[in-house]
Design a protein around this ligand. Structure first.
Ligand code: SAM
Length: 246
């Protein structure tokens, strides 16, 4: 058997590429890349040569392609899976090949590295002992409000991915769901030249977003509910539920 290797790629600073990633890029028999041009661009910047076959492996074809790639693993190939940035499978392609490899009893391993979730969490200054990752909030306002409502009593630190064109709307919805005083951090352009982390209450960060709209890639980290808040919020949810029953 060969093996499937998921590998994290830099989220901005190319020097974050691990020695293992570079060796894999040179030695893998097949590189399954979310965007093949970005893979070659990374290779050029790292000064490594991709010797294996390169195939496009993205959200729209990964299910269809996973089994074909695993057939090659079965006959001895090393298949490297990379996304455009950060850890594959984290809001990026990769999960379908992991699942199928497990189902088929084929080896799968990971060359870990940069991921915006942990970078932002560690820099937020908020508790890291228990956290949950919520990916991107839904685009539709009503769904976003509902998602945030379901998190009102969450005690763990919450991490969201966000984009510059939705940040203002999301901040309004965060304020409605969690109130003005909850602590949070807005991290953007992590590992890049214009890396910035804004820390404060939701109200303060919202004001800052209006005054100086953040550009680039963004991660939001929100403190979990205090014991009192969690109790109040679940009591509020309960009474709505009770009303529904009546
Ligand atoms: N797989 C990636 C990872 O492990 O972080 C995430 C891919 S997801 C499609 C892209 C989102 O990740 C961006 O919209 C942003 O929320 C976050 N992100 C990626 N790179 C970032 C960076 N350098 N600074 C801040 N956020 C980043």
């Amino acid at each position: 058997h060969g093996t499937v290797v998921l590998a994290a790629t830099p989220i901005g600073n190319v020097a974050d590429a691990s020695a293992r990633l570079m060796a894999l890029m040179e030695r893998a028999d097949i590189v399954a890349a979310e965007d093949t041009r970005r893979l070659y661009d990374l290779a050029r910047r790292l000064g490594v040569h991709v010797n294996g076959r390169v195939v496009a492996f993205h959200d729209h074809n990964e299910r269809a392609k996973a089994d074909g790639l695993l057939d090659e693993v079965e006959t001895g190939a090393c298949v490297l899976v990379v996304s455009d940035a950060g850890m594959p499978t984290i809001n990026d392609p990769g999960l379908s090949i992991v699942r199928r490899a497990i189902e088929r009893g084929l080896p799968v391993t990971c060359a870990p590295g940069p991921s915006a979730v942990l970078d932002a969490l560690a820099l937020s200054g908020l508790p890291t002992d228990r956290f949950c990752y919520e990916g991107f909030l839904p685009r539709k306002h009503s769904e976003r409000v509902q998602r945030l409502r379901s998190l009102q009593s969450e005690r763990r630190t919450i991490v969201f991915y966000e984009t510059p064109h939705r940040i203002a709307d999301s901040m309004d919805d965060l304020l409605s769901a969690f109130g003005p005083d909850r602590r949070m951090a807005l991290a953007r352009e992590l590992t890049k030249d214009y890396e910035e982390v804004r820390r404060g209450t939701i109200a303060e960060i919202l004001d800052g977003v209006a005054a100086d709209p953040p550009r680039g890639e963004i991660v939001l980290v929100i403190a979990g509910a205090s014991e009192d808040e969690a109790r109040e919020n679940s009591a509020a949810t309960l009474s709505v539920g009770e009303l529904a029953v009546l």
